[in-house]
Every structure is written in C-alpha cells, then in structure tokens.
Design a binder for this molecule. Sequence first.
Ligand code: GNR
Ligand code: NI
Length: 180
Amino acid sequence: MSLLPIIEVPDPLLRAQSAPVESLTDAVARLIADMFETMYEAPGIGLAAVQVAVPRRLLIIDLQDPEEEDGEPVKRPHVFINPEIVEWSDTTKIYNEGCLSIPDQYAEIERPDRVRARWTDEKGKPREGDFDGLMSVCLQHEVDHLNGVLFIDHLSRLKRDMVVRKVVKARRDREKAAIL
Ligand code: GNR
Ligand code: NI
C-alpha cells in the first residue's frame, strides 16, 4: 500500500469529467486500498479517485464515527464504483463543508438532505440505497468531484475566487517557509 499525493485547486484535473470504471482489475483494487490509506492519513471522510489524479468514477467514504473501541475510531469503509444519484429529496439541509483539495477552507453549503443512489461495490455487485445525514452530504460532494464540480462552485463567483486565492497564497507561503 502507498500514500498518494492529493491534488489541490487550481489543478485543472479537478475540473475533468471522470470516465467510468470498466472492470474491477487488480490495479483498481490496489487503487482502492491506496485511496483508503491516503484518506485515513489526511484525515478525511471521503475521497474521489480524481483527487489522487485518477479521473475514474470511483469514490470511497468512511465517516469514521466517533464510536470508539479502545480509543480507535471504528472503521466503516464504503466503496462506490460508477455511482449515480437517481433521486433527490425536495427538502434541503445546510452543512459546513471542507475538501482535501481545498485545504483549510470551509463554507456552508445547501444540498438536498436525502438521496437515493445506485453503484457497484468493490466485489462487482450492483447496489442501491438511500442516504441521509452526513453520508448524504459526503456522497453528493464526492459525486460532484466525478463531474469536475467542487463545493466552492455552490458559492458566488466572488467568494469562490477568494477561497482559491487563499489556498494558492497559503501554499506559496508554506513553500517559501520551507526554503528559508
Ligand atoms: O474530509 C472531508 N470532509 C467533508 C466535510 C463536509 C463535507 C464534505 C466532506 S468530504 C471531505 C474530503 C473530500 O474532500 N472529499 O472529496
Ligand atoms: Ni472534496
């Protein structure tokens, strides 16, 4: 297993339309394992393949519930291959979202509070399910990534540009500090 670098805004690959996963090869299984290692280390609760520079329709989620066993969060890994959201609730909810590709920036985003999805699991089995709460927020955030959409796209142009500039400046400052 290996940690993969996470790409950040304004990397144009984050705007790509990810292509379907055609078959569950060993390479895909390895990618999934590496994505979990990368997500847990970050740490994050979700990760789309495009964030590790693989523009394929694959995402993982583990909400890492605070229910602990011996001080360790209980792991509940979920794999969604070629996911599709097929129904959205009319009711919405606001959640303070962040993104590993937009480090240290958060914004209140309004989304449908429940969704129904269809996907293929890591064993190749077709699945369908309903999601609410944080799982619904995270799944919508991750499916957006597969379509080149970021949570900041739900903000005004002015706010979005401000957030991207902050990320670029913070990265530049960090790189400068590393040289001095
Ligand atoms: O770790 C993450 N936390 C999070 C919080 C609120 C809404 C969405 C997310 S997903 C994010 C990880 C990430 O960037 N996934 O694409
Ligand atoms: Ni994200």
